[in-house]
Write a new protein. Structure first.
Ligand SMILES: Nc1ncnc2c1ncn2[C@@H]1O[C@H](COP(=O)(O)OP(=O)(O)OP(=O)(O)O)[C@@H](O)[C@H]1O
Length: 371
């Protein structure tokens, strides 16, 4: 049964794309890693040393939210420990602000560390101290006098929305509330840099959203640079400006979240981000679509390209191909469109092949979903 190609044109035109630019990059570096390699000695049984980081160079700008993603064992936590000076590289240099960490003695490194807040997956709160006591602890260590300490603690608890829980103990709080205390504590010494290592990995999706919203406020309202380490792509997608992908200790890709997610240049990054964008129908959906649709199935990736969908509809029309959207959708990443549309194509003999050839010539990123 032929359908009116105009239907397709109208549907596609309705989803016309208006792209906008992503956050600019290139201001002042807050953290700089130059050719950092970290080797751990072999444990005797397996023998060979383990390279946790392999010649990693990257710059994190002051005031940005920078994500680091990678599978378990990729080297993410080792990278964090390089930035806060808890590990020293086997080779290479680490700069934080004006300091070259790798050139400093431990005592001086501790001074730099005071300007770095840490947030952990398991919160790491003192169970024996109250919420206020936990937030006050780093101030006590830093020798801040009681009245000032109390003032800062109240301000921080207010900022994270837990002023009314000041006298509770951590076990009386939910996971999300514990992490908010963790964030307040990390901010107590007014650091300019916050390192969040899997800060939401122990939380459910709703609570994750709340904690990410708080981190966004920390970044925007307090101007704190945030480095967020995670294996959860949704975390990067919702909060980061730029992202680096680690794979087997190597930095395989870095750039704006849009560029890395929408146009991964390496196979390793594509494999990692592919799941986040749901660029293809899942196998069970494809099987069902094949059963219920007689025409050719193709999936077209939609990216930030002005006029692309109008051109797509025009190509189908020109070749007398009927194109019905049977699956897909378009979302947003850093305010730019990203998604995919799966079409069922039907038409006169040879017309579908001609239309697909024309689309490929025009640079369309499409996949044939037929067996
Ligand atoms: N102190 C250490 N001694 C020996 N090997 C180590 C040490 N710390 C890390 N490694 C090894 O270095 C590699 C990278 O570890 P790292 O913890 O940085 O990875 P990750 O990406 O943070 O992983 P995960 O998400 O599982 O925490 C792993 O193979 C790990 O076993």
């Amino acid at each position: 049964m032929a359908r009116d190609p105009a239907w397709c044109r109208a549907a596609v035109a309705m989803m016309a794309i208006t792209g906008s630019g992503s956050a600019p990059h290139g201001s002042q570096a807050h953290v700089r890693l130059e050719h950092v390699t970290k080797r751990f000695p072999g444990n005797g049984r397996r023998g060979a040393p383990l390279t946790a980081l392999d010649d990693v160079s990257l710059e994190i700008d002051r005031g940005e939210v920078f994500g680091v993603i990678g599978y378990s064992g990729a080297g993410k936590s080792t990278l964090v420990r390089m930035i806060n000076g808890l590990e020293t590289p086997t080779r290479g240099r680490v700069h934080v602000g004006p300091h070259e960490l790798t050139a400093l003695a431990e005592r001086a490194r501790r001074g730099v560390r005071r300007d770095i807040g840490m947030v952990f997956q398991q919160f790491n709160l003192f169970r024996s101290r109250t919420v206020a006591g936990n937030v006050a602890y780093p101030l006590k260590v830093a020798g801040v006098a009681r009245p000032e300490r109390d003032r800062r603690v109240a301000r921080l608890l207010d900022f994270v929305g837990l002023l009314d829980r000041a006298h509770d103990h951590p076990e009386q709080l939910s996971g999300g509330q514990k992490q908010r205390v963790g964030i307040a504590r990390a901010l107590a010494t007014e650091p300019s840099l916050l390192l969040a290592d899997e800060a939401t990995s122990a939380l459910d999706p709703t609570t994750t959203g709340e904690v990410l919203a708080l981190l966004r406020r920390v970044n925007r309202e307090l101007g704190v640079t945030i480095v967020i380490i995670t294996h959860e792509l949704e975390v990067i997608r919702s909060i980061a400006d730029r992202v680096a992908v680690l794979d087997g200790g190597r930095l395989v890709e870095s750039g704006s979240v849009y560029e890395v997610f929408a146009h991964p240049r390496t196979e390793a990054a594509a494999r990692f981000v592919g799941t986040a964008l749901r660029d293809r129908p899942p196998p069970e959906t494809l099987a069902r679509l094949r059963r219920t649709h007689r025409g050719r199935l193709i999936t077209v990736r939609v990216r930030d390209r002005a006029g692309f969908q109008t051109a797509l509809a025009a190509t189908f029309l020109r070749h007398q191909v009927t194109a019905e959207i049977v699956f897909g959708g378009i979302g947003e990443l850093q305010d730019r469109p990203v998604g995919s549309l799966t079409f069922e194509l039907t038409g006169p003999p040879g017309a579908v092949d001609a239309a697909l050839a024309a689309l490929r010539d025009d640079g369309a990123d499409l996949v044939e979903e037929d067996d």
